[in-house]
Design a protein around this ligand. Sequence first.
Ligand code: NAD
Length: 462
Amino acid sequence: MKAHDGMYIDGAWRPAAGRDVIEVVNPADEQVIGRVPAGTAADVDTAVRAARTALPGWAATPPADRAARLAALRDVLVARKDEIAETVTAELGSPLKFSEGVHAGVPIAVSGSYAELAATCSFEEKAGNSTVYLEPIGVVGAITPWNYPLHQIVAKVAPALAAGCTVVLKPAEDTPLVAQLFAEAVHEAGLPAGVFNLVTGRGPVAGQALAEHPGVDLVSFTGSTAVGRQIGAVAGAAVKKVALELGGKSANVILPSADLAKAVNVGVANVMSNSGQTCSAWTRMLVHRDQYDEAVELAAAAAAKYGERIGPVVSAKQQARVLGYIEKGVAEGARLVAGGTEPPRERGYFVSPTVFADVTPEMTIAQEEIFGPVLSILKYEDEEDALRIANGTVYGLAGAVWAGDEAEAVAFARRMDTGQVDINGGRFNPLAPFGGYKQSGVGRELGSHGLTEYLQTKSLQF
Ligand code: NAD
């Protein structure tokens, strides 16, 4: 797709206030594929003003009409799904099939789910002698990352619009093209001017200006814990609502009664998918000591099969970061059984699918989010030990439990300090609330819980 050289503000593409641009690079071949404007505080201010002006009208639009606009948006995304997939593949590097199924497919499902929720939510409750109205929070500042670039946009914008909020989006620097495509889709779907606004730009400039803007009522951020902490502090000082979807170091707990080969193979696939750039990835595999050697062998063999199929990581910076973690794993005494620091290709930001055995819970690679195709396999003595290890990081975003008996897996999952657990390979559900315990974040996205984030209550007593 062709990059726009302006910002989508108040229903039209408008020139940016400054001249700075961001070059978009295809991580598979290191070629520049487009340039977008790097917005400044002035662009953010124009966008927030447009969103504020549009707010009363959109908030007063009957939910059924908001639902109809969201359904139209879903239809445009369906009509343009091939273009979406090609754009994400070009700027993120994910294999085209994965882009079609996940990067285009999931946002279609999520926008459809909010079309339905907007149509069916009553936005009103009774509580004794009160009527409680669920009203939009106001203007939303959405700041998104690059790893599931369109999904993370839609997971914020669709519920915000369903709730009656208006939005200013600042997408990630690495993947602004699919964000521009999304703005075109919003326009085609006939959303009123100012309801959705896009400012491309750098985090510390445009992102920070958006988080700090007094005209923003809620900041919804997905990305690194370091930036999330800053945004939380800024929003807290201004007594603004904030939603943070941060990192993870999720545990894949394989109990002794599980189908070991299936659990290991699905576990490796989960980590390698999207080149390991998934905040909910099961990057720690926990295996009982008696099955440990067999699991390591199975995982090494499974990882080797990904060698040719895996896409690059998003950027040179991310590649250096991931390789740094692999070096650290070796230095701290973990045993490499697949992959390593040797890039598999000369061109492009590729990292070999990597598996570490003999990882102990205190090692850096067992504690920090690597965000690359790197799996750590840890040994546990008994169930209590497994639980201690599973819960032994600052994160709590996702996880998995495998057992011969579903009830056994559920009992273990209930003791995990984490927001989501997949039981025996349970599938991703776009209606299930997604979000973290502990330092994985604040708030929930998706489904009705995701809608609630964008609503505030007003109680009238009779
Ligand atoms: P990041 O947190 O720096 O970027 C995420 C978004 O925040 C981007 O839009 C960015 O422009 C913006 N941003 C950056 N600094 C900002 C600031 N000071 N104020 C406001 N907005 C700001 O993440 P990154 O550098 O792209 O990735 C670094 C690491 O973060 C990754 O290696 C990974 O571990 C983690 N990460 C996690 C997720 C997730 O889904 N949880 C997503 C992306 C990255």
